[in-house]
Design a protein around this ligand. Structure first.
Ligand SMILES: [Mn+2]
Length: 351
């Protein structure tokens, strides 16, 4: 297990030097943020970022994310140019030594929440998703300030893209994903870069848009589209665990035993009624997921991929990017590292 931490670059209020101070921290998960979706990242900008990360004493191995242009998800005739750009990005990142690329295939919206700073009893704040609030929202009517929403869309553009998505259903999205994978996975394999799809967050359709990376059945189907280890997963416990239909420990065990998990996002969530959840501290009893059992499954299968603590709470007066403060993610990192160290020691005693 290689412990990693997401860093948003020089604009991130969390300094990379602070991340390095977390014991056993191995690598940084980052991206080039100033290039429009679908365009090629310059080799110079990638090399500058690599140098910055390595200067801080950390590895530059995982990119989260190289976003997929909507034309690819929609299957438009313009997709081929964007797919060629995507291949170029894989090749350029490989030249910089990148081992894993995270991406997702969610139409229009990335992760979605109804509130970013819900105050818990202990005064910490978390991101929450309350179904009754989301159900009342209409993205076409101007509530565009939610996280993960690409605020670069104008209202007319958003209307247009919703109109385009109204013509495709889940099966079309599967076809478009398969087309994309069949193009890029051979390039990833040739460059020894593992592709790792992030599941949909939350794992169900929102605002009438299809979502497919949601359940065990669908992930089985995904892995078979191109049955090659370079076509793998970013297994996000919090995203998949937001649905009570997903048995997270079983899924982690299954996919890690098959060598298809390249990147783990470890986060706890507390399910609060049908279709609603609150993010929680990593510690198992704070939420609905058993983090120890998740780590045991990974350990049993000798997981040697990357793992990062996912969203944390805001605690100790910290302000910053919701879910991505330093303190609670650092606590999560040490909790995970502690479980892993214990499992390592126990397994050595048994030998
Ligand atoms: Mn995640």
């Amino acid at each position: 297990m290689k412990l990693s931490f997401r860093w948003y670059g020089e604009d991130d209020p969390v300094k990379i030097e602070y991340i390095k101070q977390i014991p056993s921290m191995y690598s940084i998960v980052t991206a080039i943020y100033d290039v429009p979706v679908g365009e090629v990242w310059s080799v110079d900008s990638i090399m500058d970022l690599k140098e910055r990360v390595e200067e801080a004493g950390l590895k530059f191995d995982v990119i989260e994310s190289v976003p997929v242009h909507e034309d690819i998800k929609l299957g438009l005739s313009t997709r081929n140019g964007y797919i060629e750009n995507y291949k170029k990005n894989i090749e350029n990142l490989a030249k910089a030594g990148v081992k894993v690329i995270c991406y997702n295939f969610m139409p229009v919206f990335d992760w979605t929440r109804s509130q970013l700073d819900k105050t818990l009893e202990d005064g910490s704040t978390v991101l929450v998703y309350y179904k009754e609030q989301i159900d009342k929202m209409d993205p076409l009517k101007g509530e565009l300030s939610l996280p993960g929403w690409d605020s670069s869309y104008t209202k007319d553009e958003l209307k247009d893209i919703f109109e385009q998505y109204s013509k495709i259903d889940e099966e079309d999205l599967w076809d478009n994903l398969e087309y994309f994978l069949k193009e890029i996975i051979p390039v990833a394999e040739a460059n020894d870069v593992k592709m790792a799809i992030h599941p949909d967050d939350p794992p169900w359709p929102i605002f009438g848009l299809p979502r497919i990376i949601t359940t065990e059945e669908n992930i089985d189907r995904f892995l078979k589209l191109v049955d090659n280890k370079y076509n793998g997963l970013t297994f996000c416990t919090g995203s998949l665990g937001s649905g009570n239909f997903n048995d997270i420990v079983k899924m982690v065990d299954k996919y890690s035993s098959r060598g298809r998990i390249h990147f783990m996002h470890v986060r706890n969530v507390k399910l609060v009624g049908e279709g609603s959840f609150e993010e929680a501290a990593h510690y198992s009893s704070e939420g609905s997921l058993d983090i120890v059992e998740i780590m045991k499954a990974l350990h049993r299968n000798k997981f040697d991929g990357y793992l990062r603590p996912d969203h944390g709470r805001m605690i100790w007066g910290e302000t910053g990017r919701p879910g991505y403060g330093l303190y609670d993610r650092a606590l999560g990192a040490m909790y995970i590292a502690g479980i892993w160290e214990t499992l390592e020691k126990i397994s050595k005693e048994v030998e």
